[in-house]
Write a protein that binds this ligand. Sequence first.
Ligand code: BGC
Length: 362
Amino acid sequence: MRKGILTIAAVGLLTTGGLTACSDDSGNGSADSKKTPKIGVILPDSKSSPRWETADRRFLEEAFKAAGVQYDIQNAQNDKSAFQTIADQMITSGVTALMIVNLDSGTGKAVLDKAKSQGVATIDYDRLTLGGSAQYYVSFDNETVGKLQGEGLAKCLTEKGAKNPVVAYLNGSPTDNNATLFKAGYDSVLKPKFDSKEYTKGPDDAVPGWDGPTAATIFEQQLTATKGKIDGVLAANDTLGNAAISILKKNKLNGKVPVTGQDASVEGLQNILAGDQCVTVYKAVREEAKAAADLAIALAKGEKKDTGQTVKDGDRDVPSVLLTPKAIYKDNVKDVIADGYATKEQVCTGAYAKFCAEAGIS
Ligand code: BGC
């Protein structure tokens, strides 16, 4: 699926200094260099993950302010028609670059194509728009995210001494290309174990819109359908993981059944410290926001940057920046705090203070 070289070794190591700038004489969708740069960003929602409002907005603002460019960051709140309206308003208001986190590839493509036709530069931020026309794609290596989830679940099942465990899947939204990539990643670890009968494949469901309450309903049904015989849960992010944990708690199974996640949300980190969640995947959103902001600013000035890497979308090679994710267990929750992604004050509240002390968070 991916083409090109993955040179980025670790989270936090990518600097956009590695991107080479050159002037764009193609005139193809790039902004007019005489215009004052103004970047529009459309975030998808604020419920599927707290990251969009607490991390992405914060770090994008930080990057735009540092560069001294004008910006407008809005959130479509999971509403596809609002998404299109926001895009139209941003284009009318004269943004020179538009960055989107699509709600699905269809609406994403419509927005990107319209922006392109008006000479507005475009970036797919975090989610690739399939069949789209964005000039760049900035994200993490999402198959590796899934691989870390699969490996994390296997590690925790081994630690629990599980024998032929039944593993249930709570996949991300079927309209999110990332969910497909995450699944390819965890399947690469778990499918061989199902095939060799080391593990047993349990229920496998996608959660529309990455919605937490829907995930809880689905997981409750999975537990009923298997007569309570689920030994591990591959949940694609912390929101879905927390939904599963809430149902496990109701059944006094929390802590016994390892659950995965993603995003290093405060809730996810607390669930890990309490022993209810096995692993989360930390993605240094500050780096992602900075890389995307640098590209958006360059595009807005009519420059082109070479990212040194591309991702295939059908026949199209999309110039991409893909950062490296990191697995987080109880013993390295402190790394997320040291990185400034979450604070000790947020994570170590009330009953969690004791767990923080045990995990060496001082
Ligand atoms: C993002 C995840 C996020 C999920 C739900 C995905 O596209 O990569 O970080 O948890 O969407 O918002």
